[in-house]
Design a protein around this ligand. Sequence first.
Ligand SMILES: [Zn+2]
Length: 294
Amino acid sequence: MEDGGGGGDDISVDMQSLSVTGEGAEKKEEEQGIELDEEDVEEGVEDFSLSLVGRFLTDKVINFNAMKQTMAALWRPFMGVSIREVDGGLYIFQFFHEVDVNRVLEMSPVTFNNNLLILARMNGFTHPGDVPLFHFDIWVKVRSLCLVYDRRLAEKIGNEISHFIAADPNNRTWSKYMRVRVRLDVRNPLKKEIQLRKKQGEWFRPTLEYEKLPSFCYICGYLDHTERFCRSWLLTPGEVPQRQFEPELRASGHRNNLSIGARWLRDPLNLEGSSPGGIHSSDTASNSDNGRDT
Ligand SMILES: [Zn+2]
């Protein structure tokens, strides 16, 4: 509680003093304390209902100012965003409209310097440090010519990959792939393949391609380190550990990223003037999609 900002301290003190009201008085008064509900607590305290708490999946030091600029430029929230560091490596992203919060969550996964940002909603009661930060949502292309894509199948496949969140409403029967949004847990390795078969049919493995997939370890499939820092090196000293995962798990050229920055980018000749949104090269700086995992 003590690091929850000035307001949080006041509340915990108030609650304690309220609970001892009536000490030494009549017994019934002891039971007549004031019970605080959510509104009482939130009164006069900053509203965190539109806030996200987040951390980057890295043990590297994050340049806070650069990160703030990059994230704001990437999200471009209608009502702005306030970003602060509450604890080492823990950040609060305070938004001011529900639309902005949802849009940011829909843009997942996002990265800063190739480091995945894991976000979760705050409820105003839980200390940011106690909010579990292990999950993020990502679109997966499931390629197979053998499947008729419908939502029910998307759900089954999504749950087989990890945890189904949504099916792309644009999924069409006989298209080359189906898009499924899943929630991944960074405490698990990536799922590199799934197996399917029709009744009494042969097993087959559709290709999985994760869109905007951050750096991951080709040896063990975890997202919190890259090949060079894999602990597998300790298991086979003197030998190069074998890759179990392929870069092909990363979908190439996802459609949303190619021109999204176009209206914000300006010709070098015009850079001296003020930019339309005050932003340059935001997406290229923050998205690691095509980056090498070094
Ligand atoms: Zn590894």
